[in-house]
Design a protein around this ligand. Structure first.
Ligand SMILES: [Zn+2]
Length: 171
């Protein structure tokens, strides 16, 4: 039986702290869409804190009606500490392909005050296309700021939104 198209929505947020800080939590290096980004702030996270990959993974899992990323990869599990988020996305890809589906398109919005995301847009989109095994044209990424207001605008957090359309795989 041919599967029907399915739509999914994902959201994620991580706190940001100075990498030079002496806070109670370990501050990780900034990684976005699987790529290391040079920045003096980094996420507080059990895994690598990649908001883009987390939002995208949840969008795919949501489209499938599967348990979300926090259920599949609990942050209380030692095996997920510092784990590269690409592994979460690859599991979501495995599940969508097993369901007879393929990525129609992905639309992402990244909201953070600094650094400017434009120089990283193309490499991130190419990396996401590679991880998902799809053409580059199926991936879109938009960068925005939070206009200086609230925690995101003050540079104390970053957030990402992801929408994905899954289509029946071509035979
Ligand atoms: Zn996350």
């Amino acid at each position: 039986m041919t599967p029907r198209p399915r739509i999914g929505l994902g959201y994620d947020l991580h706190r940001l702290e100075p990498r030079s800080g002496t806070g109670a939590h370990e501050v990780k290096p900034l990684v976005l869409g699987g790529l290391p980004i040079e920045h003096n702030y980094g996420p507080i996270s059990h895994s690598d804190g990649d908001v883009l990959l987390h939002a995208l993974t949840d969008a795919i899992l949501g489209a499938l009606g599967d348990p979300d990323i926090g259920t599949l990869f609990p942050d209380t599990a030692a095996e997920n500490a510092g784990r590269a988020s690409r592994e979460f996305l690859l599991e979501a890809r495995r599940r969508l392909e097993a369901a007879g589906l393929a990525i129609g398109n992905v639309d992402l919005t990244l909201i953070m005050e600094r650094p400017k995301i434009s120089p990283y847009k193309e490499p991130i989109c190419e990396n996401l296309a590679t991880l998902l095994g799809v053409e580059r044209r199926r991936i879109n990424l938009k960068g925005k700021t939070h206009e200086g207001v609230d925690a995101v605008g003050e540079g104390r957090a970053m957030e990402a939104h992801a929408a994905v359309l899954l289509e029946p795989a071509a035979h």
